[in-house]
Design a protein around this ligand. Structure first.
Ligand code: GTQ
Length: 347
């Protein structure tokens, strides 16, 4: 491979002339833009420990009333990407949101899509387009692009959930914006999509018509996901990964356009080695403890901790309990990469 010319090799006068005309020579920058074999990655493999986040979040509850926050969130920002950019990975925004009893996080809608994954507490709820959905620990709630959503808390004690948004992508495209709204009128059948989509393989007959709802199901209760993982584990060979994808029950496809969601069960003592791939990911621990090795970085993890996995990373995850399963919730940007045509697995 030829040695590319550097900026310094060019006469200063020529360089200044280019700059003044908003022109840039490619060749001094070519290798940075198109490195050989593996992308340049600034994302650090890392863990945010819930034991450290929780007290800071509760302190935010004392320092900042909800009216002054709209959403009381501490963002899990990857230092490799610059804290101010609020990226856990290049495409994934992760926040930890606290809501206290009787507080409301007011109604709004925005161009980025969001999901909530409940970390602790009881009595929280989210209203999406008039459907009131309870939030129990481990539940996944979707608030897709452009849909009205607001949160509240009818129980006691703090409620915390993890927010995952495709904000970094939408923001980078200069397409991120928000609209505030009046409180929604709650329809008379709270959580009704749970009754419509009770079981995989069975959908309301009317959904066979050509016009399908874009987001038919916005709550995925953890008790069902956990039970389904357990059942899957009984028919999964050792060496294969016990993993379920959250999908749109009408299409069988990913439930949001940019980010994908899945749940992993690690059997007692199990080590998994997922195939290396071009997508970046975030792993949140629902239950259990163990170790991870992400691109050679050793991390210990326990309940409610959250880890960042860079693109193209080599990953190994171990459940350190010899008697209990462990459960992880995964967010990744594979749906976007697939749509854009550059998703790869290096199996
Ligand atoms: O709860 O609607 O973490 O709009 C960031 C932006 C949460 C939300 C976030 C949001 C929300």
């Amino acid at each position: 491979m030829a040695q590319l010319g550097t900026l310094e090799e060019l006469p200063l006068e020529y360089r200044n002339g280019l700059t003044s005309q908003n022109l840039v020579p490619l060749w001094p920058n070519l290798r940075a833009a198109l490195p050989y074999n593996i992308p340049a990655r600034r994302t650090k493999p890392m863990v945010w420990r819930y034991a450290q986040i929780r007290p800071e979040l509760l302190k935010a509850g004392e320092l900042t009333p909800i009216e002054k926050a709209e959403r009381r969130v501490l963002v899990l920002a990857n230092p490799g990407l610059g804290l101010e950019n609020m990226q856990a990975t290049p495409s994934i925004y992760i926040g930890m949101q606290l809501i206290l009893p009787r507080e409301t996080a007011p109604n709004h809608k925005h161009s980025p899509s969001a999901v909530r994954f409940v970390v602790e507490g009881e009595g929280g709820f989210t209203v999406v387009e008039g459907e009131k959905m309870p939030m129990e620990k481990g539940d996944l709630i979707l608030t897709p692009s452009g849909l009205w959503h607001e949160h509240g808390h009818e129980g006691s004690g703090p409620v915390v959930w993890l927010d995952a948004l495709d904000l970094p992508m939408v923001y980078a495209l200069e397409a991120s914006y928000c609209i505030d709204g009046e409180p929604q009128k709650i329809r008379n059948q709270p959580d009704s999509s749970q009754n419509r989509y009770r079981r995989a393989g069975l959908v309301p007959y009317a959904s066979l018509r050509a016009q399908r709802p874009k987001y038919p199901l916005c709550r995925f209760p953890w008790k069902d996901t956990r039970a389904a993982l357990h059942d899957l584990s009984t028919v999964t060979d050792s060496g294969d990964i016990v993993q379920l994808a959250y999908v749109n029950p009408e299409t069988g496809g990913e439930c949001l356009p940019i980010l994908g969601f899945s749940a992993i069960m690690l059997r007692p003592g199990e080590t998994i080695r997922p195939v290396r791939r071009s997508a970046s990911a975030v792993l949140h621990v629902v239950e259990g403890e163990g170790q991870a090795n992400i691109d050679g970085v050793e991390l210990d993890w326990g309940g409610q901790d959250t880890m960042a996995v860079p693109t193209h990373a080599k990953v190994e995850i171990t459940n350190k309990s010899s008697s209990k399963p462990a459960f992880l919730f995964q967010v990744d940007d594979a749906p976007m990469q697939k749509k854009l045509g550059f998703f790869e697995e290096f199996g």
